[in-house]
Design a protein around this ligand. Structure first.
Ligand SMILES: [Zn+2]
Length: 144
């Protein structure tokens, strides 16, 4: 038996402990009974940030704004990545306008910016949009 993985629920921020072999079975949250693993990006806010960066599955955050053209054209690529990485990496979007203080704390100088977290800390970041293949290669190089 492998050690269970700690994974925050994207809906209620509850921490779930799931055996790795169950990740493919569409596991439900112990607290709110909704899906723990999504095949689409979920919305991250200043309120959920501290809970969501925790856990053993990496969290990739796309920091964007409504006025940012490159952010908008990158959105479909990010959604495609979410579908391909279900169960391996969690993907979330942070609106830098609605969460200015947090974006400031994270020292975001340009958008889109991609930040990768695991176990509560940032392990890598990239600025700018990139094609799906390069995105996946970068994540692979980070052990995702
Ligand atoms: Zn939940």
């Amino acid at each position: 038996m492998s050690e269970p993985l700690v994974i925050p629920c994207p809906h209620c921020n509850g921490l779930n402990r799931l055996p790795a072999e169950r990740l493919g079975d569409n596991p439900k949250c112990g607290r709110c009974k909704q899906d723990v693993l999504l095949d689409a990006p979920f919305e991250l806010t200043a309120a959920s940030y501290a809970s969501q960066i925790k856990g053993d599955l990496p969290l990739l955050v796309d920091i964007w704004a409504d006025w940012c053209g490159p952010c908008k054209s990158f959105a479909p690529t990010f959604e495609q990545a979410a579908r391909q990485l279900t169960g391996r990496c969690r993907l979330a979007k942070l609106d830098s306008e609605a969460n200015r203080n947090l974006a400031g704390q994270l020292a975001i100088r340009s958008i889109p910016s991609l930040l990768l977290f695991r176990n509560g800390r940032e392990i890598s970041r990239q600025a700018g949009a990139f094609p799906l293949q390069s995105l996946l290669e970068w994540l692979r190089s980070q052990g995702v």
